[in-house]
Ligand binder design. Sequence first.
Ligand SMILES: Nc1nc2c(ncn2[C@@H]2O[C@H](COP(=O)(O)OP(=O)(O)O)[C@@H](O)[C@H]2O)c(=O)[nH]1
Ligand SMILES: [Mg+2]
Length: 313
Amino acid sequence: MFSFNKRKKLPRDAAPLAQKLTKTRGSLFGGLVNLLQGRAIDEDLLEDLEAHLLMADVGVEVTTAVLSALRNSVDARRAADTNAVCAELHRILVDILIPCEAPLIVSDAQPFVILVTGVNGVGKTTTIGKIAQQLSQAGQSVLLAAGDTFRAAAVQQLAQWADRLDVPLVRQGDGADSASVIFDGLQAARARGVDVLIADTAGRLHTQDGLMAELQKIKRVLGKLDPDAPHETLLVVDGGTGQNAVNQTQQFHAQVGITGIAVTKLDGTAKGGVLFALAHRFGIPVRFIGVGESADDLRPFEAGAFVEALLGE
Ligand SMILES: Nc1nc2c(ncn2[C@@H]2O[C@H](COP(=O)(O)OP(=O)(O)O)[C@@H](O)[C@H]2O)c(=O)[nH]1
Ligand SMILES: [Mg+2]
């Protein structure tokens, strides 16, 4: 059993989350304290706040909910107290995210199978590499399956991670059947007594229907060897793509059944507010946030720490 929230502390030189989220902090709460300073909560101020929330891609639904919660909870007496208003906003934002705070727990299934899905370019392969590195460092044995058989370069990219981390990789020739590669991967992982199998998949095929059918087939085929596999169907979305990330989650969840989400590239975007939209809309566990290129930049999602990093002094 391994839980990603119990992993060893970040290295001393790892940048604090607040530093990684500077851009979103700027758009979401940039000048917020200044915005609030010396002003009572009035419609003018709520309008300013609304603009900031929308700019960070928090989405209309969540923005409306935040504003109305703030209106309701800050009484006239405290409306001019900047600290009280900030604390209230903090609480409201954490409340939205809390239902999604559920770190990935690798059970003792032999092996624990993680199927990684998502459209091209969101960071699937990179996220797999980072997860594999963290698991390896925690003493778990890992096997990778190169299930993105649509592009030869995708297999190469995963092979580089396997080399770098010195973990085994199961692959087949160009244009192989993805379900067959991943099925092979599960057999190999069992034969070797590997703890965790992580399977990469394509992000695009000739048609979107074709992609969903392929993912469904992968799940079916895995289920033949182990009715509980995959134990985690992880959707990777690019945190900088705003509403697209919401649409992708809806589509993949409806077609494939997602059990966890990784939101990547939060370091490079001012639109990290999309996490609130995802949480509010789907309530699916957010397992990881990606805040950079190194393995330590894939972090377990913690609602309180995330809001703190955004609101940071
Ligand atoms: N800055 C940043 N870049 C990332 C992050 N995650 C992935 N990337 C980059 O996004 C690009 C696409 O990643 P890749 O794993 O190939 O995406 P895939 O097509 O979904 O497999 C690569 O250049 C990655 O280095 C992240 O959290 N932060
Ligand atoms: Mg890839």
